[in-house]
Design a protein around this ligand. Structure first.
Ligand code: HEC
Length: 106
């Protein structure tokens, strides 16, 4: 009995991690990776953001960059901005670019 419960638990765990790795990632989970420094609204007004001097992602200086330039910066990192090359797929990076664009329109 105990072992079948354990199997059920493991299958649930595997299903959940597969969902995270799929092509339709949860936006909240993605945004959490960036919010530590950039804030949910992209303003960079967080303790970590202020100490690193992050730019306001809604500003014209950032918004005038092309989608490709933004994607490259997110993938490769820049100065005190960490690289996300190992942790994000191209699709996830493009979703974040779309998200950064949506911040400016508010
Ligand atoms: C550990 C803190 C930190 C995290 C986490 C972080 N950033 Fe940054 N980000 C920075 C800093 C610092 C800069 C300013 C880099 C510089 O000096 O040019 C920056 C800059 C940027 C820029 C502007 C381009 C540039 O380099 O000036 C974009 C776009 C950006 N971040 C997107 C993201 C996205 C999307 C995520 C989540 C995947 C993310 N950042 C996660 C710290 C962070």
């Amino acid at each position: 009995m105990r072992s079948s419960r354990l199997t059920f638990f493991l299958i649930t765990l595997l299903t959940c991690s597969a969902a995270f790795a799929s092509d339709t990632p949860h936006m909240a989970w993605l945004k959490a990776k960036c919010a530590l420094c950039h804030g949910e609204d992209g303003s960079g007004n967080t303790p970590e953001g202020r100490s690193r001097g992050v730019p306001d992602l809604r500003s014209e200086a950032i918004q005038k960059l092309t989608d490709d330039e933004l994607a490259k910066l997110i993938t490769a990192g820049h100065s005190r901005m960490p690289s996300f090359k190992a942790t994000l797929t191209r699709e996830q990076v493009m979703l974040l670019v779309t998200y950064i664009r949506s911040l400016a329109k508010k």
